[in-house]
Design a protein around this ligand. Structure first.
Ligand code: PBG
Length: 324
């Protein structure tokens, strides 16, 4: 059958029928909100390249977490900016580290908010790389030990889930073992499985004060033109015990999200990263786009591509927009 018997516009005729045949529905349940914590009290410092996002002291992070929870957003992911940095990122796995402190404070006040932590060393090392340095490069295997200590330390402080973002080989299995050996066999791991060496992380590195002090991350994060390699990365993480696999960034890698979802049928997350946020905010501030509508279209496209979960700085804005 074809035109004139077939008229595609019939099912676009009004808002009700469009709602009825809509294939993808963005929900607040899909969203995970990233929060940056730093030492101190009563600190709420706006991140210039990420309008509306803040570095917060633990007390302020508790306040914000309550708002997040009240909006119905189920989860946050915590990033830490430590008091001091050193070559081995000691604050990352210190029992009184900033993320550990924030976890305890938030768990106490907002017990039903699901707490995820980013497990990586780049915010904690003075050289800004995601592991320990040997011969001018990040040494894979010694880094695994530290990542496992960090993950364990987060879980002991109250994290419900850990999310390693370092891109070392073998870290999912290594962290899984460390958690299991310590009685945390029921704590899930969300792997930043296909994480690209992306220029869209620029604003985040201001936010987390974590730019590499020499070189770049291309010896551990993925080369953007590759997609078969992404499938291998995801496969390895699944074999090592990842519960959720993530693709990052989201918008420039929608094709990867779709391939990962189709191939593995795993719970799949996508990280709508800082640069993606900053671009929409900047265009909105210039009056060039309707920021709210572009945000919803963007998040919906990420979900349509196959993401079940979206890590996004828009989580609170989206939750408000979806309520209307
Ligand atoms: C840590 C980490 C980064 C992001 C999340 N975890 C930065 C990086 O790899 O350089 C980026 C998040 C964003 O841009 O929003 N390794």
């Amino acid at each position: 059958m074809q035109f004139p018997a077939v008229r595609m516009r019939r099912l676009r005729n009004n808002a009700t029928i469009r709602r009825m045949v809509r294939e993808t529905n963005l929900s607040v349940d899909d969203l995970i909100y990233p929060i940056f914590v730093r030492p101190g009290e009563n600190i709420r410092k706006e991140i210039p390249s990420m309008p509306g996002q803040f570095q917060l002291s633990a007390d302020k992070a508790v306040e914000l977490s309550k708002e997040v929870y009240d909006l119905g957003v189920p989860a946050i992911i915590l990033f830490g900016i430590p008091e001091s940095k050193d070559p081995v990122g000691s604050e990352a796995y210190a029992d009184d580290g900033i993320v550990q402190q924030a976890l305890r404070a938030i768990k106490e006040e907002v017990p039903n908010l699901y707490l995820i932590t980013d497990v990586c060393l780049c915010e904690y090392t003075d050289h800004g790389h995601c592991g320990v340095i040997e011969n001018n490069d990040v040494a894979n295997d010694p880094t695994l030990e530290l990542l496992a200590k960090e993950a364990l330390s987060h879980v002991e402080a109250g994290a419900d889930m850990v999310a390693p973002s370092d891109m070392m080989d073998g870290r999912i299995g290594f962290i899984r073992n460390a958690l299991d050996e310590n009685g945390y066999e029921n704590t899930p791991v969300m792997a930043y499985a296909a994480k690209y060496a992306s220029n869209f992380y620029g604003p985040f590195r201001d936010a987390a004060e974590s730019p590499p002090q020499f070189g770049d991350r291309r010896s551990y994060q993925m080369d953007p033109p590759n997609s078969l390699e992404a499938l291998r990365e995801v496969e390895l993480d699944v074999m090592e015990g990842a519960d959720i696999v993530m693709v990052k960034p989201a918008l420039p890698y929608l094709d990867i999200i779709r391939q990962v979802k189709d191939r593995f049928e795993m719970p799949t997350a996508a990280y709508n990263v800082s640069g993606e946020y900053a671009m929409i905010k900047a265009a909105e501030a210039n009056g060039w786009i309707d920021g709210t509508k572009v945000m919803l279209e963007t998040l919906t496209s990420i979900k349509r591509a196959g993401a079940d979960l979206i890590l996004t700085y828009f989580a609170m804005d989206a939750a408000r927009a979806l309520q209307r």
